[in-house]
Design a binder for this molecule. Structure first.
Ligand code: ADP
Ligand code: MG
Length: 554
């Protein structure tokens, strides 16, 4: 069975294609969204998802979240006594999601399709594939998140021939793509993005305003206090979706700080961010030859698309009413599951074709730090292009092929992807000539091949930073090491979650309410110990309601 996974920064989801439709798979809590949070418990076992999220507060040194941002980098995150790379942590999420599918369907998963932000570069895509291998499954296909959204959206429309503008605005990234639908083809025409712009930036704007209004200096306040400010700022951001004015209060020890923020003021403060949104939209439309400006179908996905501010701004720019897609949080997973169905050649979607593109230009450095593009942005995939070069001086014995991604004239201002040293025959009469071929496959992974004209010798390698390239053997060793960790099993998850939530609330409360919570928790544990299997759900439900009530009273 092939499953589709949306491996998100904040939440992850899994789905399959079955009996002619997409089916998202619920976790032990009956929910489709599993928080992308990993924790280590006292027995050195891994906890993934909702329970781990509860432990973020109570066990910050043994819990990690938001690690997708470090995919494909050397950055390691501390979890208990050792550090892990983002791909290792992601492998735990993939394992958990697969466990959930196998428990739910009683069938084995052998292949996985994973979505990644369109702007993920080579190293980040390779790391995503590694995460699958570490989890013991094959990731045969990587799909761009906006493309997955377009695929899913197509199946929800009655009219099939039209163009869409997909806006995928998440916690830390924005991708906008123009998509054309016709017959059995979903064609991505252009993609533009900003991988440093997301919901967190809007939250920070509020936090900054709060500090300024209270004459506080970010450098001078404690990290803990700033953490509290951020939590409240996030709340205010969501409340401003439906209110014109919100009061924000943060306590620091004895002192109380506050801010009254209006929607109008919030809009003003966010203008610099909105300008960036506009420039991404313009670029996507320009690359699609502007012919889609009148497209009346905006598809808004990702959490930040739910921001009233973003919708108002897009409406203002396009003179159109914005509507968030039904279930914007689920649509990418739906697209991944659809692609799984296409891959299995199931029923009526078997001939559906997704034609994707390379969202950025790929090329090499030539003399004087200049950039020589080889595959231009928005080329359709798979793409294979050749360019012709020659050595820069007589008697040269070697050329260094430095590979970059980006749109800047100066090579060094683009993103460096890797390099290849190629020996050339020493020639004192004329410059040696050679060709460089770039091949960018359906998964967005680049291969580079250099061929020397005079000798016809070929040099090649997949382009990856050396630090993250692993041999088959190294992958096997890593997989064996990671598979020794047990991951929380479904049977006990609800119970564990309630205990962790109670712990978190206990840590936050003081005095009498704290004691009440302790008494209730002891009572709950006694009930669980004495109850028959049959009665457990009821006991869980009632304690869960009690905890919700405590939480509301915080
Ligand atoms: P990612 O794909 O990066 O994991 P999501 O698409 O889940 O992220 O988006 C997470 C972001 O969406 C967060 O910054 C969060 O604050 C924001 N968000 C979630 N719900 C809403 C909402 N109702 N209104 C505004 N922002 C929201
Ligand atoms: Mg997302």
């Amino acid at each position: 069975m092939i499953v589709g996974i949306d491996l998100g920064t904040t939440n992850s989801l899994v789905g399959i294609y079955q009996d002619g439709q997409v089916k998202l798979i619920p976790n032990a809590f009956g929910e489709f969204l599993t928080p992308s949070v990993v924790a280590l418990d006292d027995n050195d076992e891994i906890i993934v998802g909702k329970i781990a999220k509860e432990r973020l507060v109570t066990h910050p040194d043994k819990t990690v979240s938001q690690f997708k941002r470090f995919m494909g980098t050397k950055h390691e995150l501390k979890l208990g006594s050792r550090t892990y790379k983002a791909e290792e942590l992601s492998s735990f999420i993939i394992r958990k999601l697969i466990d959930d599918v196998e428990t739910y369907l009683g069938k084995e998963v052998d292949e996985v399709i994973v979505s990644v932000p369109a702007y993920f570069n080579d190293a980040q895509r390779y790391a995503t594939k590694l995460a699958g291998q570490f989890a013991g499954v094959k990731i045969d296909r990587i799909i761009n998140e906006p493309s997955a959204a377009a695929l899913a959206k197509r199946s929800m429309l009655n009219q099939e021939d039209q163009s869409l503008i997909v806006v995928d605005f998440g916690g830390g990234t924005l991708d906008i793509s123009v998509v054309e639908l016709f017959d059995n083809i979903v064609e991505i025409v252009s993609i533009a993005g900003d991988n440093r712009l997301g919901g967190e930036d809007f939250t920070s704007v509020i936090a900054e305003e709060f500090l300024v209004a209270n004459q506080l200096n970010k450098e001078a306040i404690s990290r803990e206090f700033y953490g509290k400010v951020l939590v409240q700022a996030e709340k205010v951001k969501l409340e401003l979706n439906s209110k014109e004015e919100v009061q924000m209060v943060v306590l620091d020890e004895e002192k109380e700080f506050s801010l009254v923020l209006t929607y109008q003021r919030f809009y003003e403060l966010c203008k610099p961010l909105l300008v960036r949104v506009k420039s991404v939209l313009d670029r996507a439309l320009l690359d699609a030859n502007n012919s889609y400006v009148t497209s009346n179908h905006f598809v808004l996905v990702g959490g930040t698309s739910k921001l009233r501010l973003v919708q108002d701004f897009l409406s203002y720019c396009t003179k159109q009413i914005m509507e968030v897609s039904v279930d914007p949080d689920l649509i990418i997973a739906r697209g991944c599951a659809l692609l799984a169905g296409i891959k299995e050649r199931q029923g009526e979607i078997r001939d559906l074709l997704l034609s994707d593109i390379c969202p950025f230009t790929l090329g090499i450095e030539i003399v004087g730090d200049h950039f020589s593009p080889i595959i231009e942005r928005n080329s359709s995939l798979p793409a294979s292009r050749i360019e012709y070069y020659s050595t820069s001086y007589l008697g040269q014995s070697q050329v260094k092929i430095r590979i970059y991604q980006g749109e800047m004239m100066k090579a060094s201002q683009n993103l460096f992807l890797g390099e290849l040293d190629v020996p050339v025959p020493i020639n004192h009469q004329i410059n040696e000539s050679f060709t460089v071929r770039f091949t960018y496959d359906l998964n967005g992974i680049l291969d580079v091949e250099v061929k020397i004209d005079s000798t016809q010798k070929v040099f090649s390698r997949a382009i990856l930073q050396d630090s993250i390239t692993l041999t088959e053997q190294e992958i096997k060793i890593k997989q064996a090491e990671l598979s020794r960790y047990k991951i929380n099993a479904q049977e006990t998850e609800i119970y564990q979650f309630l205990v962790e939530k109670s712990n978190r609330l206990y840590a936050m409360l003081l005095g009498k309410r704290r004691n009440e919570l302790m008494t209730a928790t002891i009572q709950f544990e006694e009930q669980v110990n004495q109850a028959s299997m049959y009665h457990l759900p009821k006991i869980y439900q009632s304690f869960s309601r009690y905890l919700d009530q405590v939480e509301r009273g915080l």
